[in-house]
Structures are given as structure tokens and as C-alpha cells.
Design a binder for this molecule. Structure first.
Ligand SMILES: [Zn+2]
Length: 214
């Protein structure tokens, strides 16, 4: 799949657009909040003639869900969130004003995702991996054919997600990275929720939080 990235909102969150050859697409973690950010996403979708089938959340912290409702309304797509993240999603509307996001509105999910689910986008398939530790219900999305992993806030370039927020668990996070992500293959490209892309091999060798001695 072709993957386009946009960096949105004050948290510099990466919103990804996954595009199958047949122009079917999915938006991962729409973080667009300002009008300009919303237009950037919409204009790209229109210019490319994409049909956005799904909006997917890796987890429901504020920076990853700010644009859920805009994307759902604009593209008439189904919103799918992790099964264990409803609580995290509901919390956002209470604390959004504290961060200056006064116009945030919660979107209603159309479906819940759990480990083992598969999502079809055109001729491509995404597998849902359950990788809690940064948040209680966090999932990753793995395209096995093209060796692409959407890692959300679990694994970053030379870093890992914070574990001091509700639902966070440091040991669980490290264990999930080792057992579920490092086993995917060294040549898998990782698309994180913040910062640059990386690979599983690079993080195995050089991530100071979870590298494996070789
Ligand atoms: Zn997060």
C-alpha cells in the first residue's frame, strides 16, 4: 500500500492515509483540528480521487482522535476503534478544553476492533494486533504483504510510548514490543504516531529502551 503522512495539531501527531492501488483508502488517527489541517486532508483525498472506506484509531488519546468527527462526516466513512478504548475516547471531551481544544466533538464508533480482526482496503489486508501498554486497548495495524506496520504510540524511532497515563503499563509495553512487534521481521517498515518512520531491525538493534543484544 502507498502510505501518505500528515503531521497535525499541537502534539505533532502523524495522521496516515493508507491507499490501495484501486484508490480505496483508510485514514489512521485523524489528528486534524484546525480548519487548515482539515482542508489539507480533504484536498488531498479529493485531488487523488480516493474513496475513504474507514477511519481507524490505534488508540484514543486526544491527539489521535481530534479529527475523527470531521473525517467521519466529510468522507462518510466507518469509524473503527479498539474494543478497549471507549473509556479513553469518552475521557477526551472532558480534558480537551484544558489543552485549548474548545471545539472538539466526540464521534461515535461504528465498530470495535480486536486482536485477530482483519480489515480489507481494496486488495490489501490489515491485521489487527493487540499491543496494550501505552494505553489499555492500543492496537497496531500490520500489512503482512507489504511489510508495513502502523505502530501508533507503542514504538517510535529510537523511543517508546509513555506509560504514565491511565491504562499505561511499562512492563507490558516492553513485553508486547518484544513478543508481538520484533517478531514481525527486521525489514518491516514502522509508521509511528509521532516522529519519523523506522524499521523493526533498526529498533531491535538501536532502540535504547528495548534493543535486543545481538
Ligand atoms: Zn497516545
Amino acid at each position: 500500500m502507498r502510505i501518505e503522512s500528515f503531521t497535525f495539531n499541537a502534539f505533532e501527531e502523524n495522521t496516515y492515509l493508507l491507499i490501495d492501488q484501486g484508490k480505496e483508502a483508510a485514514i489512521i488517527d485523524p489528528g486534524c483540528y484546525e480548519r487548515e489541517e482539515q482542508l489539507t486532508l480533504r484536498e488531498f483525498v479529493e485531488k487523488e480521487g480516493l474513496s475513504v472506506k474507514y477511519i481507524l484509531n490505534t488508540h484514543c488519546h486526544i491527539d489521535h482522535v481530534l479529527g475523527n468527527q470531521y473525517a467521519q462526516n466529510t468522507f462518510q466513512s466507518k469509524l473503527m476503534i479498539p474494543a478497549n478504548e471507549m473509556h479513553t475516547l469518552h475521557a477526551v471531551k472532558a480534558y480537551a478544553p484544558n489543552y485549548g481544544f474548545f471545539h472538539y466533538q466526540e464521534a461515535q464508533p461504528d465498530r470495535f476492533l480486536q486482536e485477530g480482526d482483519t480489515i480489507r482496503i481494496g486488495s490489501s489486508t490489515l491485521e489487527v494486533l493487540y499491543i496494550p501498554g501505552h494505553s489499555a486497548g492500543h492496537i497496531g495495524l500490520f500489512n503482512r504483504n507489504d511489510k508495513q506496520l502502523i505502530s501508533g504510540d507503542v514504538l517510535f524511532f529510537h523511543s517508546i510510548g509513555r506509560t504514565d497515563l491511565p491504562g499505561g503499563n511499562h512492563e507490558l509495553l516492553i513485553r508486547n514490543i518484544h513478543e508481538k512487534l520484533f517478531s514481525l521481521g527486521d525489514d518491516v517498515i514502522v509508521y509511528p504516531g509521532h516522529g519519523p518512520t523506522t524499521t523493526i531491525g533498526e529498533e531491535k538493534a538501536n532502540n535504547p529502551y528495548c534493543a535486543i543484544e545481538v
